[in-house]
Design a protein around this ligand. Structure first.
Ligand SMILES: Nc1ncnc2c1ncn2[C@@H]1O[C@H](COP(=O)(O)OP(=O)(O)OP(=O)(O)O)[C@@H](O)[C@H]1O
Ligand SMILES: [Mg+2]
Length: 594
């Protein structure tokens, strides 16, 4: 596999401030994502999957706080980016698809407009280039400002945390807060001192950028002007030629004038011959007994008659009114004008994404995501599409900016099974075609067996097991993963083996030990006292469960899961779960298309 790292999430910890205290939604989540790889994040409802990806996208709810950790996209820490800069990455480099396609679409806007809108809004190429030039310096400045903001927020959080603490006395709280404020205050002061220099630097670079871009624009505009002027010089002679042609045709017309009356008479004679003949054939047709044959015959007779009448009229029309030269001259002029239009469009495209360009790209992306009759569909509203088709539109919108990372948050949960298979296949195809990195979120392990390269299993805000897909499916090591595997609908019978007993812990009060202990039938004393570290199962496979501790009693996974794994393996033929699932996909491909 290509080992180019796209995303690096390290120790990501997210809480939500609520009236009851801090909800610890995501706790020290760490994972990498490589180019062209699909990482599946799997876990029950509430395990923190969406919060993790929302933090990556920078769209946490207002009461959400990133307490700790890094989210590095191509080495740039997204947690330190300001809103404005985040905006550039979100949707541009990282696209996201949500569970409910309707909620991501505007119900009263034609879908074509929804697809092209983002392209047009962000389509000022010169402006983008301008920003790119001073991007670094500007970011350095903004990042420093964000750091200051975060330090202030830290103090706010501390105040909040202390106010919720019942164990400390007032004076203890005061001392702690004072010390904390002093420590953070010093950092804020130092950061503030750096600001003016950073500002001067970015302003200077911005000025430089303006000069460069203005020059570039001037060159393009003057080239455009030259082009248009050059075309105009061709237009004048063409216009002249048209005048001459018109005059010539007029002369010709004059010359045929004396014969026109004769021609008219001749034409009418020919027409009347046709008419008589037509009546005769019609009469013959009416004799045909078979109703169908009669209908067919009369239809073709009518058609023939109309055609021959047209031919005669055209013939005499051309003789009486000879406009041939004019027509040719006109066509030449129109072609030249079209040429100018084309050239203009090409020049404008250097400056910005044009409407025509956006339309062309939208149609091609609609074709790519399998929306039939894209030209017609372009002008329809979301309600005119089925659920599966809407999800395809949402995918199309996510693709317009050509992201290199696509986050899919349960994109098929709202769809029925056949359509689900089609959308999964589509996401997989697009991923391969565009060499995308994909984070695929689901609560159903079965869904990702055919498409994930690696799997991270989440429970109560933590990743409890991660590894290559085959490792998770063949050698699951965490009892929670066993439970998830057992709740995958059976491959043949579609029956669920087991459901997971109990409920996840309340994340207002995360348990001291292993969060899964309460529901774990193999839990030991230590599970209730201490959080397990990650134990290495293989170079690429880790699980956080005390069961893997060398001193833990040897626990066999439930036989029923073992059976299931054996079946997966059997199905996979040569020990390859992905190939087996591929076959499933092929089958669903043949299923009825919506
Ligand atoms: N704005 C918020 N305020 C308070 N708590 C929140 C907020 N958003 C999410 N949470 C909590 O964070 C935890 C993780 O939620 P998250 O949405 O990530 O779950 P999930 O794994 O995506 O579940 P699902 O499968 O239901 O989508 C849950 O306990 C949830 O209640
Ligand atoms: Mg969710």
């Amino acid at each position: 596999m290509n080992r180019e790292k796209v995303l690096e999430v390290k120790d990501l910890t997210v809480s939500f401030r609520t009236p009851n205290g801090l909800v610890r939604a995501v706790r020290e989540v760490t994972f990498d994502l490589y180019k062209g790889e699909t990482l599946a994040i799997v876990g029950e409802s509430g395990s923190g999957k969406s919060v993790t990806t929302r933090a990556i996208m920078g769209i946490l709810a207002g009461n959400g706080i990133i307490d700790k950790g890094e989210i590095k996209y191509r080495n740039q820490d997204l947690t330190k980016l300001s809103e404005a800069n985040f905006h550039k990455i979100r949707g541009n480099k990282i696209g996201m698809i949500f569970q409910d396609p309707l909620s991501s679409l505007n119900p009263i806007m034609k879908i074509g407009k929804q697809i092209t809108e983002a392209m047009l809004v962000n389509g000022d190429r010169m402006k983008n280039e301008y920003r790119d030039i001073y991007h670094h310096e500007f970011h350095d400045y903004l990042n420093k400002k964000t750091i200051i903001k975060m330090l202030h927020k830290d103090i706010e959080n501390k105040v909040f945390e202390l106010s919720n603490d019942d164990e400390l006395s007032r004076s203890e709280k005061k001392t702690i807060l004072k010390e904390y404020k002093a420590r953070k205050g010093a950092l804020i002061k130092a950061a503030n001192a750096d600001l003016p220099a950073l500002k001067t630097k970015y302003k200077a670079k911005q000025k430089e950028a303006k000069v460069i871009i203005n020059e570039k624009k001037a060159v393009i505009n003057s080239e455009k002007k030259e082009m248009v002027a050059e075309f105009r010089t061709h237009l004048a002679p063409l216009r002249e030629a048209l005048t001459v042609a018109k005059a010539n045709d007029k002369l010709k017309q004059k010359s045929v004038q004396p014969q026109v009356a004769g021609m008219k008479q001749q034409r009418d004679e020919e027409l009347s011959v046709l008419k008589t003949k037509n009546l005769e054939v019609k009469e013959q047709n009416s004799q045909i007994e078979d109703v169908r044959a009669r209908k067919i015959a009369s239809k073709s007779t009518n058609k023939e008659y109309k055609l021959s009448v047209k031919e005669v009229k055209q013939k005499y029309g051309a003789m009486m009114k000879p406009l041939d030269e004019t027509n040719v001259a006109k066509a030449n002029l129109v072609a030249k004008r079209e040429g100018i239009k084309d050239q203009r469009e090409q020049f404008t495209r250097k400056l910005k994404v044009t409407r025509l360009e956006a339309y062309e790209r939208a149609i091609s992306i609609m074709d790519e995501v399998g929306i039939p009759e894209s030209g017609k569909r372009f002008n329809q509203f979301p309600f005119q599409f089925s659920g599966g088709m809407r999800q395809r539109i949402v995918i199309a919108i996510a693709l317009t900016a050509s992201p290199e990372l696509l986050i899919c948050d349960e994109p098929t949960t709202a769809l029925d099974v056949t359509i689900q298979g089609q959308i999964l296949k589509l996401i997989n195809d697009i991923k391969l075609e565009r060499d995308l990195s994909v984070i695929f979120i689901t609560h159903d392990l079965g869904v990702v067996a055919n498409m994930a390269d690696r799997v991270a299993v989440m429970y109560a805000g933590k990743i409890v097991e991660y590894g290559e897909a085959r490792e998770i499916f063949y050698e699951p090591s965490h009892p929670y993963t066993w439970a998830l595997l057992s709740s995958v609908p059976d491959l043949d019978t579609t029956a669920k083996l087991l459901s997971i007993a109990g409920t996840p812990p309340d994340m207002l009060f995360p348990p001291k030990g292993d969060a899964f202990a309460d529901r774990n039938q193999y839990a030991m004393k230590i599970d209730f006292e201490e959080q397990p570290p990650y134990f290495k199962v293989s170079e690429s496979h880790y699980a956080a469960t005390w069961l893997l501790h060398p001193d833990a009693p040897k626990v066999e996974m439930p036989g029923i899961i073992n059976e299931r794994i054996q079946r997966y393996k059997q199905q996979a033929g040569k020990d390859d779960v992905r190939r087996a699932r591929q076959a499933d996909l092929k089958q669903s491909e043949g299923d009825q298309v919506e």
